[in-house]
Ligand binder design. Structure first.
Ligand code: 8IG
Length: 278
């Protein structure tokens, strides 16, 4: 089945209306009218979908208004409704995300977040694979996001809407996550546009600015989530040391491998956290 394509970038298009259409499609296709928690699974986190609970419905994202086929290898292009135990939350799992570097604009980047809100969610868990600035975080280490620095020079918020971002990465949910795994560290996530990785000089800059993690997603999504009133948990998987932190050049294959090696730990961690959100 295919839907009429919507152009999110048309100024005449209301992105919240498209999010509403997307949520209605998800409800119809999964048979689940409302969801409680949304998860966006980034590099290294995809295995979590299977561990969360029972998948009760699955939709190809290209059948949902405003979504596109995944651009990156290793990004599954489906939306799943997962029942987390008998009493746990209904989870809406986005196995794909739109990146700014795909060139479809910010509305496209945050469409999943707005769809999650329209589907009834009150919490969103944003995960990603990223580069680490702390040499003690070996590839395969999950890290809680404590705050972010948005270096994309873009915002998902349109018009004079001065949204407060204090406590954006929920202190309550970070505490809950550390309760599940006390070894979890925390860091400031720096979003670059990509798709190229940083130069070593840019990584030094990120460090001077107060960053601990560098990546190409999450910050814009978190901003849209705050605007929507969602409680945000952000977790990064360090899949590589950032450029210049180690003497190794970066490769997408290395990133995929580190993600695969860490998949089980990440999946277990995420499942334990989501179970407690019920
Ligand atoms: I996975 O080192 C992954 N994504 N910007 N830098 C940036 N994004 C990333 C990196 C990285 N690793």
């Amino acid at each position: 089945m295919s839907t009429t394509p919507v152009d999110l970038n048309d100024p005449a298009t209301d992105p919240l209306r498209v999010a509403g259409l997307a949520a209605a499609t998800i409800a119809e296709r999964t048979g689940v009218p409302r969801h409680d928690v949304a998860l966006v699974l980034g590099s290294g986190w995809r295995g979590a979908a299977d561990l969360l609970g029972e998948t009760v419905g699955e939709v190809d994202s290209s059948d949902v208004p405003g979504f596109h086929r995944a651009a990156v290898e290793g990004h599954a292009g489906t939306l799943r409704s997962v029942a987390v135990g008998d009493t746990g939350p209904r989870a809406l799992v986005f196995g794909t995300r739109a990146h700014l570097y795909e060139g479809r604009g910010v509305r496209s980047v945050v469409h999943a977040v707005r769809t999650a809100k329209a589907a009834g969610c009150s919490t969103i868990v944003l995960t990603n694979g990223c580069g680490g600035l702390n040499p003690e975080w070996a590839a395969g280490t999950p890290v809680l996001i404590s705050d972010h620095i948005n270096l994309t020079a873009q915002s998902p918020i349109e018009g004079p809407n001065f949204v407060d971002l204090t406590g954006l990465y929920s202190p309550r949910l970070r505490e809950l996550a550390r309760d599940v795994d006390p070894s979890l560290g925390e860091g400031v996530y720096v979003q670059f546009r990509g798709p190229h990785y940083e130069t070593p000089a840019e990584v030094r800059m990120a460090r001077i600015l107060g960053g601990d993690l560098v990546g190409m997603s999450t910050a814009l999504e978190a901003i849209a989530a705050r605007q929507a009133g969602l409680e945000v948990l952000g977790i990064s998987l360090v899949t590589n040391l950032a450029a210049g932190i180690s003497d190794q050049p970066l490769s997408h294959e290395e990133v995929i491998e580190a993600g695969e090696a860490a998949a089980e730990r990440c999946a277990t961690l995420l499942a334990s956290i989501v179970r407690r959100l019920g």
